[in-house]
Design a protein around this ligand. Structure first.
Ligand SMILES: [Zn+2]
Length: 362
């Protein structure tokens, strides 16, 4: 096998990430949240022409709130009592305390987000902690700083800049990065002394990071109505409840956002599994969920369900781009598949084409 320059760049990127995860000096779990945020934002935002990505710390802070919100919920320990898991050795992590205070006021994350002024205050507070804690420590390993993701010297107007090639590497390696980051996050939680006596192994991952189809029932009625009672894939009438399906599969991008959810027959959903849907399905989703994104958003809002049309569109773009590059098979129906070609690009119109940025160089 001959490795291309791009592949070698990606391997070096992974090696450096692995080093951060294994050896970075942290008492809190912030570095995992920070890496998770940088990976997610690389998918959801379009890079500059030179392959760099401008990221306001407030955007990173919103991600932190998203990750820690469910994690700050009471965890039922082995003794049946509820605990807030420690995210730091010693005292509880400051961001968890900030989120606990917000949870005392707002029942759910979408409700908190809708309270604009308080949300802004919450984001600003979390952003302050990120700047004073993990942002400048992340890239220090063994007392040595290796600024391969972003540079402290470029920090301006409360924003960082991911270096050219870094967003592309996160996009290409997203699944691997996420598994590595979340695996390391979970291990740190299990080693924190205060957590050890209460943890039950079996369900910790799903408690921390959510599990597929955990609470999607709330979306069913909205989607049923929006799709006119028909399956998004085969367009035939849905009898019974139908199954809420992640259009871009949960295994590729594990976030529950309204616009990425569709209603389908149990059989259609089971046959599609984790595959990408072939371009005619993508077109139906585009027409149903993106062109009428505002309509859907209003319905989701009225039920305080999480959604973000732009983000779902960007994630679909990323998933199909990666799928095409990898020669993925896209699902048609039953057990029929087709090799994904560039045709999907014509379907996802309205999204500016993301130019292939330069690969990382070290
Ligand atoms: Zn169907």
């Amino acid at each position: 096998m001959q490795l291309t320059d791009a592949a070698i760049g990606e391997l070096q990127f992974l090696r450096k990430l692995q080093c951060l995860l294994a050896e970075g000096e942290f008492v809190a779990t912030y570095k995992f949240a920070l890496l998770n945020a940088l990976a997610d934002l690389s998918l959801e935002r379009e890079p500059e022409a030179d392959g760099s990505l401008h990221l306001p710390v407030s955007a990173v802070a919103e991600k932190f709130i998203e990750y820690y919100w469910p994690q700050a919920r009471p965890y039922r320990g082995v003794d049946g009592t509820s605990y807030v898991l420690h995210q730091s050795t010693g005292r509880q992590a400051a961001i968890v305390n900030t989120i606990l205070a917000a949870q005392a006021v707002h029942a759910t994350l979408p409700v908190a987000r809708a309270a604009k002024l308080r949300w802004h205050t919450l984001v600003t507070k979390v952003a302050g902690t990120i700047v004073s804690m993990p942002l400048w420590k992340l890239q220090t390993v063994g007392g040595e700083r290796d600024e391969f993701l972003y540079r402290e010297a470029e920090f301006a107007d409360e924003a960082i800049r991911l270096l050219p090639g870094v967003p592309a590497a996160f996009r290409a390696l997203y699944g691997l990065v996420l598994d590595a980051v979340r695996g390391a996050w979970l291990r740190q939680i299990t080693t924190i002394a205060q957590n050890r006596p209460v943890l039950r192994d079996a369900d910790l991952a799903s408690f921390l990071f959510g599990s597929q189809r955990a609470s999607l029932d709330g979306f069913r009625a909205v989607l049923r109505d929006h799709q006119g009672g028909r399956c998004l894939y085969c367009a035939k009438e849905l009898r019974g409840g139908g199954c809420v399906d992640h259009f871009v599969a949960w295994s590729r991008y594990p976030v529950d956002l309204g616009h990425n959810l569709v209603l389908a027959h149990d059989a259609c959903n089971a046959q599609k599994r984790d595959f990408l849907a072939y371009p005619p399905h993508l077109e139906r989703w585009q027409q149903s969920h993106l062109e009428r994104a505002g309509e859907l958003a209003q319905r989701f809002d009225s039920l305080a369900l999480p959604h973000d049309g732009e983000r779902s569109r960007a994630v679909a773009w990323w998933a199909y781009e990666q799928g095409e590059a990898a020669g993925a098979h896209a699902w048609i129906d039953a057990d029929r598949f087709v090799r994904l070609d560039g045709g999907w690009r014509d379907v996802l119109r309205g999204l500016p084409r993301v130019a292939e940025p330069p690969r990382p160089r070290y």
